[in-house]
Design a protein around this ligand. Structure first.
Ligand code: UD1
Ligand code: CA
Length: 468
């Protein structure tokens, strides 16, 4: 049975302890912002369980910036404004006041914007428990050896209540089962009990946690993995959650057959896809929307951002890919730089100190050493010698270079774009191509060599010469 859920993301707090210029929901976290995580996981949870519902973010502190960010990235999130941050209970009141629709959902789910490791799995587990045990409300808890700062779960014979750190007696402070800030409650129960909460506590705030009471049909469900519920209040906790998120990503990759040589030194973003049999060496950064195929090798120091690497390709040491596409069996690097629009055909080879930008290389092209290729098309099986340059920029505009298939482009040559070299052409070393070359042609443009016997001594300076 699927019920309707109104999901509330608490994102109104200031996050002073984080000491960042941006409001806490927009604090950076991996390749995203903190608030992206609960939004994405809630969407996943809704889709997986076919739940009818709505996401609402309660915003307050720096709300214009937070709202603008969420609106830009998600079309289906509502907003409730909390004018003053009077506590989490008050945030929920603001939510219910924001529209009558909020009262129409069977259940209300509450999640904090600052617990990014929580995933759709935990949401689904709570949801199932709630339905299976016909509870009025459920809170996710976990065991924390250092529970300082968290609300403590005090279990009654039936039900439970939560005591915040500041209000706790020494005895209660010893409790290590803590509140995660994630709850699902029957909307009618929540609305009813919100009426009763007050500010009679050490913080002078309306605590949402006060809706849980002993003797009532509510339950705290203790999850085994504390790192799932890490909250971000300080920069050091931000580092901890990023670590936990990365570990989760890497764990899933390893489970699916990706080999990490030293997982503690691989940095892989949440939306990266990597195929089975791929090997990733240490000190690698694979970020953004990168998609790596099967049996790929990514050597040490490689940085792959928003790029596609097809099956059996090799990204050798210290190679940088950004917005590039390596087709199957390409070898790139070591020390290659492939910039946006670099599309390298199957079985091509890009060697050391080669930079490629916005260029399409067909199958089996070799650019093995010290070259710059920009705004170019290179045909199948063409070999580009060492030190070739496409002179693509005239100071104002970029121009195209076309090189056909099966060409041999000699070392230390350059082509001044716009220019077209046909198929099966041969460009001699040190040539500057300024005119189009028809298919099968040969071009050379270097001064004839003049050799004068015995004349070298006139030019070779010895160290002793200086003194004279
Ligand atoms: C809260 C819980 C605590 C729990 C902890 C888990 C309460 C009273 N306490 O404490 O039991 O162990 O989370 O991390 O709920 N917010 C608003 N409006 C407000 C105040 C807060 O939207 O007026 C938002 C914040 O932006 C944040 C979330 O609510 O996303 C939690 O607030 P925070 O101040 O971090 O609560 P904690 O002290 O961590
Ligand atoms: Ca918190």
């Amino acid at each position: 049975m699927s019920l309707s859920i109104g999901a509330v993301i608490l994102a109104a707090g200031e996050g002073k302890r984080l000491k960042l210029k941006e409001p806490k929901p927009l604090a950076p976290c991996l390749d995203k912002k903190l608030v992206d995580f609960p939004i994405r996981e809630l969407q996943k949870f809704f889709n997986q369980n076919k739940i009818h519902g709505k996401l609402t973010a309660v915003i307050g502190h720096q709300r214009d910036i937070v709202r603008a960010y969420i609106e830009k990235n998600y079309s289906s999130v509502n907003f409730a404004i909390q004018e003053k941050q009077l506590g989490t209970g008050d945030a929920l009141r603001s939510y219910f006041q924001s529209s009558n629709e909020t009262l129409s959902y069977d259940y209300t789910l509450v999640i904090c914007a600052d617990t990014p490791v929580v995933s759709a799995d935990e949401l689904s587990a709570l949801h199932s428990l709630l339905l299976a045990e016909k509870l009025e409300g459920v809170a996710a808890s976990f065991i924390e050896k250092n529970p300082k700062g968290y609300g403590r779960i005090v279990r009654g014979v039936k039900g439970f209540h939560i005591v915040e750190e500041k209000d706790a007696t020494d005895e209660i402070r010893k409790i290590t089962e803590v509140n995660s800030g994630l709850y699902i409650l029957k909307t009618s129960y929540l609305v009813e009990h919100l009426k009763g909460i007050d500010t009679k506590n050490k913080s002078g705030e309306f605590y949402l946690t006060d809706v849980f009471k002993d003797g009532l049909n509510v339950k705290a469900h203790c999850f085994p993995e504390a790192s799932t519920f890490l909250g971000v209040n300080t920069l050091s906790q931000l580092e901890e959650v990023e670590h936990a998120l990365r570990n989760k990503i890497k764990f899933n990759l390893v489970e699916s057959g990706v080999r990490l040589i030293d997982s503690s030194h691989c940095y892989i973003d949440s939306e990266v896809e990597i195929g089975e049999g791929t090997v990733i060496y240490p000190n690698t950064f694979i970020t953004g929307r990168s998609k790596i195929g099967k049996n790929v090798t990514v050597e040490m120091g490689a940085q792959i951002k928003d790029s596609i690497v097809d099956d059996n390709a090799k990204v050798l040491a210290y190679t940088i890919l950004e917005g590039a596409h390596l087709h199957s069996q390409v070898t790139a690097g070591p020390f290659a730089r492939l910039r946006p629009g670099a599309d390298i055909g199957p079985e091509s080879k890009i060697g050391n100190f080669v930079e490629i930008k916005k260029s399409i290389l067909a199958k089996g092209v070799k650019v093995s050493h010290l070259s710059y290729v920009g705004d170019a098309f290179i045909g199948e099986e063409t070999n580009i010698g060492c030190g070739f340059i496409t002179c693509n920029y005239d100071g104002v505009n970029k121009h195209l270079t076309k090189i056909g298939k099966n060409c041999f482009i000699g070392s230390d040559s350059q082509s001044v774009a716009p220019v077209e070299i046909g198929d099966d052409c041969f460009v001699a070393s040190a040539t500057t191509i300024t005119k189009d070359m028809p298919n099968g042609s040969f071009a050379i443009s270097r001064g004839a060599q003049v050799t004068k016997e015995g004349m070298a001594k006139k030019f070779i300076k010895k160290k002793d010469d200086k003194k004279i």
